[in-house]
Write a protein that binds this ligand. Structure first.
Ligand SMILES: *Cc1c(COP(=O)(O)O)cnc(C)c1O
Length: 234
């Protein structure tokens, strides 16, 4: 089931890349496996999928330990400072850094474990009260501050766009994210890459690709509906 769905999403990703005149290699499809059992993950591992997204520290750690094939685990959910120590050496990319304090904690634990974690800065693109992320206007400053932390490497930006019925409603948000990424990249901040843009989910990943996403995070379209009804994505 998950494998079939994945292949269909893959086809849609390819088509969106073609429409946008982008190479398929420019976009990484992350299978968001949160709340889903190991069997579903293994089904994808068996067809060669290597990118998985989780939003809870404990779940990421458990799955990381259980899946023996080496794959990349993306931390996409809100990260509490007291849990940084559990994932700093396990997450391939932390998508959800939205404060200097959190980045400082990542730095501290990274030094202890002698690792150099890659992170993205989460931007609250829709200015939604319920969502985490730094304000659009403050993102550049935050990147500059985090750039001074020796072990933490800023690779780009991430956003969770508002939930909308029609994905076209998010196009402008995605466009502004790409504009911000380019603007910060042009600053050539030492140690900051700014090449990645993590945006687009089941409802809007094609529009996100058309507007410059380099990572799309897709859960429902691959694994089916999750078992909790109406839970806010934080
Ligand atoms: C759950 C989640 C996703 C995937 O959402 P779907 O709509 O199921 O594709 C993507 N990003 C984040 C941060 C999430 O928490």
């Amino acid at each position: 089931m998950a494998a079939e769905n994945y292949k269909e999403v893959e086809r849609r990703v390819s088509k969106a890349c073609a429409r946008a005149g982008r190479n398929r290699e420019e976009v990484t499809l992350i299978a968001v496996s949160k709340t889903k059992p190991l069997e579903a993950i293994e089904e994808l591992v068996a067809i060669g999928v290597t990118e998985f997204g989780e939003n809870k520290v404990q779940e990421l750690c458990q799955k990381e330990e259980s899946v023996s094939t080496p794959v990349h685990w993306h931390m996409i959910g809100t990260l509490q400072r007291n849990k940084v120590k559990y994932i700093v050496d396990k997450a391939y990319l932390i998508h959800s850094v939205d404060s200097l304090k959190l980045a400082q904690e990542i730095q501290k634990e990274a030094v202890k474990k002698q690792v150099e974690p890659a992170i993205l800065i989460e931007v609250n693109i829709g200015n939604e009260e319920t969502k985490s992320g730094v304000a659009y206007e403050e993102a550049e400053n935050l990147v500059k501050e985090i750039a001074l932390l020796s072990n933490v490497h800023v690779k780009g930006l991430m956003c969770i766009a508002p939930f909308v019925e029609n994905p076209e409603e998010n196009r402008e948000h995605f466009r502004r994210m790409e504009a911000l990424r380019k603007r910060i990249q042009a600053e050539k901040i030492p140690g900051v890459e700014m090449s990645e843009l993590s945006m687009g989910m089941t409802g809007d990943f094609e529009v996100a690709i058309e507007e410059g996403a380099t990572y799309v995070r897709v859960g429902t379209a691959i694994f089916g509906e999750r078992n909790y009804a109406g839970q806010e994505i934080k």
